[in-house]
Write a protein that binds this ligand. Structure first.
Ligand code: F0G
Length: 402
């Protein structure tokens, strides 16, 4: 039996109950009867790649209800040039920007929107720093649902805003930051105007845990020592850890990675809690960073994320905006991988933790890059020299010969 279960008091809820938090206030997670799950590495072998390849570990069983845009199956790049620059033995980038709407959120939405579909939901909603809204807008369009998204005014990268608008969501710009927008959409959900698809909804995280499944399979079941993840609302790092643990419990893999979360210096409540050895965060009142995707002061999944970090003997670190932008450029110019600023925080974090001696150069490391570079064209253009204007061939020759 698949259930929703409170991570604090253990109270269980059925899959078809619409609850976003336990009555005790705790976060919910989806639990399976893993002991009785008969799976082996062969189980997946002849199936299509992507999120639904791992259907035994997912909560939607009626295939007719599945809303999919063929998400997942993203590339895992071996990064030899960065290995040389950083002096590490084995470095991979799992590029989630290669998903249908350009971010890892699609993995969560295919499961969340499919689940909503099984419940005959007509209206869905979310607050978002951009990517969640782009993804929800696309999946709800395909499902024929109404979609409302609440965005922090003036702080959403242009590509993401264009997507949410173009897929046909009702876009509301909230005069305030993401944390405030999330408070409001939670109120709308509690009043039953919308079905909430932020990552407080535990079904979202079920899709996102397949990042862990894919990494294991793509590395021939030889699990990395460490997975480095950009952290905002703290759902993804929790989800990836859950994925690895489920594969471990069912005997598909025989070790677990150290989960390492990276935040921006201007939005780092989880790093602060980790460095004090705490299980809970103190909200950070005025988050600010160039990495607008992770400009979040009060992450809802903080408890799950901190548990993942402690349980896996991982780490949490913050990086400056300058370090983020440098890492973004390095990844593009040395490996040909264009990611948005928030995504580059995993690379910036790797560099910093190597310098601090927290990460060993002999480790096998996977950095998650969460969103595509085209999401935030303004940030990319700001970080580069202006194109040179030319009138004729003489101008061009002059420039080339310099
Ligand atoms: N990277 C990108 C590109 C993101 O869009 C987000 C979150 C994160 C990392 C952090 O992931 O929240 O699971 O810790 N974006 C959300 C949004 C908040 O609304 O699109 P997380």
């Amino acid at each position: 039996m698949i259930k929703q279960k409170c991570i604090e008091c253990g109270k269980e809820y059925n899959v078809d109950e619409i609850v976003y938090n336990c009555e005790c206030g705790g976060l919910l997670e989806i639990v399976y009867d893993l002991e009785n799950l008969e799976v082996s590495r062969e189980t997946f072998k002849n199936r299509e790649f992507g999120v639904w390849r791992y259907k035994e570990f997912l909560p939607v069983k009626d295939e007719n209800k599945i809303i999919s845009l063929k998400e997942g199956n993203t590339p895992l790049y071996r990064c030899k040039n960065l290995e040389e620059i950083f002096g590490v033995k084995e470095l991979y980038v799992k590029h989630e920007g290669a998903n249908p709407t350009g971010s890892f959120k699609d993995r969560g939405m295919t499961v969340g929107v499919s689940l909503a579909n099984t419940l005959n939901i007509k209206s869905v909603g979310c607050a978002s720093t951009g990517n969640t809204s782009a993804s929800l807008a696309a999946y709800s369009a395909k499902a024929g649902m109404n979609c409302i998204v609440l965005l922090p005014e003036g702080k959403v990268a242009l590509g993401k805003l264009a997507q949410a608008m173009f897929y046909g969501a009702k876009v509301l710009e909230v005069m305030g930051n993401f944390d405030y927008a999330l408070e409001m959409v939670r109120e709308l959900a509690n009043k039953k105007y919308v079905y909430l698809l932020n990552s407080v909804n535990p079904f979202r995280l079920e899709g996102q845990k397949t990042i862990g499944f894919e990494i294991a399979e793509q590395l021939n079941w030889d699990v990395p020592d460490r997975v480095i993840v950009p952290v905002g609302n703290a759902g993804n790092i929790s989800a990836i850890w859950k994925g690895f643990k489920e594969f471990y419990k069912t005997g598909l893999i025989d070790s677990l990675p150290k989960m390492t979360g990276i935040q921006a210096e201007g939005a780092n409540p989880i790093v602060r809690a980790f460095k004090k050895g705490k299980e809970d965060i103190e909200p950070y009142p005025n988050p600010e960073t160039v990495a607008t995707a992770i400009r979040i002061g009060n992450p809802v999944n903080a408890k799950k994320a901190l548990r993942a970090i402690y349980e896996s003997k991982g780490y949490a670190e913050d990086v400056s905006d300058e370090e983020i932008l440098n890492a973004q450029k390095l990844l593009a110019r040395k490996e040909g991988i264009f990611v948005e600023p928030a995504s580059a925080s995993s690379i910036a974090g790797l560099k910093k933790l190597l310098e601090e001696g927290i990460i060993d150069k002999d480790e096998k490391i996977v950095c998650i890059t969460t969103g595509h570079g085209l999401k935030d064209p303004d940030a990319a253009i700001r970080a580069c020299e202006k194109p040179i204007k030319v009138k004729n061939i003489d101008d061009i020759l002059k420039i080339i010969s310099n």
